[in-house]
Design a protein around this ligand. Structure first.
Ligand code: GLA
Length: 385
């Protein structure tokens, strides 16, 4: 058994708020989170903003283990699913069922059909860890990596820069990929993700973050009463293995119409072939067109009891809405059993299986280019109606 110690090794209190403690300052603290089965020491970074919002991030898989944000009365509660101990994340039981709680996903977020694609006349074969397809970079994806981590503070923003070099050919992907991802907690209660990568050979890249949210508080009931708006009038329908057919289908008149805020439970059990394939929602939405280098509104989630509102903005062209269909009570985190649909993910991304879909926006990164995307989850509240 690994013992989780919370030994404070470093405290950065660079804000030095001259007033001598009148206003709470932002803060980053590092503690030990344990040792992986391979013998690597892993850290936990606790980020705090001046409003008392805290986010805990480990450099194991870039996993966000907790995120405490206020409800409309100012009560802080944990709104993400996760575990207190590294041992649970590294256990065989967790890794074989991998729900990717809070993890940084790469090299390719989402599925690649039958783990195969062709590029520059060569065929590449990847692991088919989600039979018959490749999912989230395979069983040695970025969610399993011990990242190099550098905490930082810039004014009232605090964060961690995670970096990793994925060796040439790793998992079957061409090229060496140098990746840097910055997590930032801002003074306006937003969590920003800045993804950067360069490669030595043309290769597909699609990085995302796989936090599961329950705005009621960690694992407290289902997300079916959460009201969701997705800024998309089309989605990418899938086959029975969740690979897009290539069509961009209108959401109008379907359970996929979230153009106006709609309780997730309204359509999740609809008699609809796409819902049946996903076991609920597990689909990529085509975000409304805007220049790709500026943040666009992707989605809003509102929880009426607590008033918590999460707004997702991204430079990415798509977002996967996953309604936690595969959660089945196998995992207990932070005192809560995670049952079906007790968390939702909004994974900003390029579309699934893009390397095999010539009409989708390209995910190929070339040696003379820099991969650069940004996603921001902003937390606020609304008064009761
Ligand atoms: C993604 C996939 C889902 C599922 C989860 C992890 O969201 O689209 O089908 O694999 O990851 O359980």
């Amino acid at each position: 058994m690994l013992r989780t110690t919370a030994v404070l090794l470093m405290a950065l209190m660079l804000c030095a708020c001259a007033g001598g403690g009148d206003a709470p300052s932002a803060d980053v603290e590092r503690s030990d989170f344990g040792v992986t089965p391979a013998g690597d020491s892993v850290d936990l970074y606790t980020l705090t903003n001046p409003n008392g919002v805290t986010m805990e991030v480990t450099n194991y898989g870039g996993v966000i283990t907790s995120l405490r944000v206020p409800d409309r009365n100012g009560n802080l509660e944990d709104v993400v699913l996760g575990f207190d101990s590294l041992a649970t994340y590294t256990s065989d039981a967790y890794r074989s069922a991998n729900p990717y709680f809070g993890a940084l996903i790469g090299r390719y977020g989402n599925r690649i059909a039958e783990g195969e694609f062709s590029l520059n006349g060569e065929t590449y074969t990847l692991e088919t860890n989600n039979a018959p397809n490749h999912l989230h970079g395979g069983t040695e994806g970025f969610d399993q990596v011990v990242w190099d981590a550098e905490p930082f503070q810039k004014g009232d923003s605090v964060g961690v820069v995670l970096s990793h070099t994925s060796p040439d050919g790793h998992g079957g992907y061409p090229g060496r990929l140098d990746v840097e991802v910055t997590y930032t907690l801002t003074p306006d209660n937003a969590v920003a993700f800045d993804y950067h990568a360069t490669t030595t050979e043309a290769t597909p890249v699609n990085l995302t973050q796989h936090s599961y949210f329950n705005l009621d508080g960690d694992g407290d009931g289902t997300i079916l009463d959460h009201e969701l708006m997705i800024n998309a009038d089309r989605f990418t329908p899938v086959d029975s293995t969740l690979i897009p057919t290539g069509e961009l289908r209108s959401v109008e008149g379907t359970p996929f119409d979230f153009t106006e805020p709609t309780p997730i439970g309204d359509g999740i059990d609809a008699d609809n072939q796409q819902i049946a394939y996903g076991g609920g929602y597990d689909h990529n939405f085509v975000l409304a067109d805007q220049p790709s280098d500026t943040l666009r509104l992707a989605a809003r989630v509102y929880e009426p009891d607590t008033g918590r509102l999460m707004t997702v903005r991204t430079t990415e062209p798509g977002v996967q809405f996953y309604s936690g269909n595969f959660l089945d009570g196998s995992f207990t985190g932070k005192g809560e059993v995670y049952d079906q649909r007790e968390g939702l993910a909004l994974e900003t991304q390029h579309f699934p299986d893009s390397p095999n879909q010539p009409d989708f926006p390209s995910t190929i990164l070339r040696p003379d280019e820099e991969y650069s995307t940004r996603t921001v989850y902003q937390f606020s509240t609304r008064d009761a109606q």
